[in-house]
Design a protein around this ligand. Sequence first.
Ligand code: GLN
Length: 261
Amino acid sequence: MAGRRLDPAGATAARESTTRIALIYPELLGTYGDGGNATVLTQRLRWRGLSAEIVSVPAGEPVPAGCDIYLLGGGEDEPQTLAAEGLRRNKAIERAVAGGAVVLAVCAGYQVVGESFPAGGQIYDGMGLLGVETRRSFDPPDAPLPPRVVGDIVVEPDPSLGLPTVLGYENHGGRTRPLPGADGFAFGRVLRGLGNGVPEGTDGRIDGRVIGTYLHGPVLAQNPALADLMLTWVHGSLPRLPGPPEVEALRAARLRALQVG
Ligand SMILES: NC(=O)CC[C@H](N)C(=O)O
């Protein structure tokens, strides 16, 4: 993580060129429509008159290093280990991140960009982009937890991000905690659901422009402000663009139903 202490607010100068959004191994890391995150980012750029391209990277293909944003979604244990194997061999995302690229990694993707994760009774190395480790449970267990958490999740993002409440859906068996002295900070505080499953009650992790979270959804479809935050990391300031009215209505209804806010 050293050597890429980027200031997320100090975005790259405004740019004219097409924004390239890499969708990593969608057939392995694509549960719960996480590929929709690429659609949301692309559309929010196009609505502002900016051009964007989705670069879908099938498993087994080399990951291009020249993209602006890399998206990794959720996956079951076996596809997740295959994805991690491919990504550990191919250091393109690490190089792109060192050059200022943005990463959004959801659930299995979050575990894979961390230092290590469990699958099928073994522990696998991740990419080490975030200083977190995932296990089925930590020893001694801090609280009795269900073997798998499935359901709605609501997160109050870290205030430094300037984001409204974030909504999503989680389905995972892994619990994730920062390694001692890890760079970065938790994505947010869990208001409903489990998230990282640690006593601090946090979800996810952010280090520089790498975001890991347990929120499926696809998360950006329900949380356009998070999409715009990522886009400003690439573009600098962008014209304000409210969420589509139906998304705002859905958010309000979900928050009411979940009795948050
Ligand atoms: N939905 C997911 O991405 C699951 C991630 C991981 N296989 C777990 O169960 O913890």
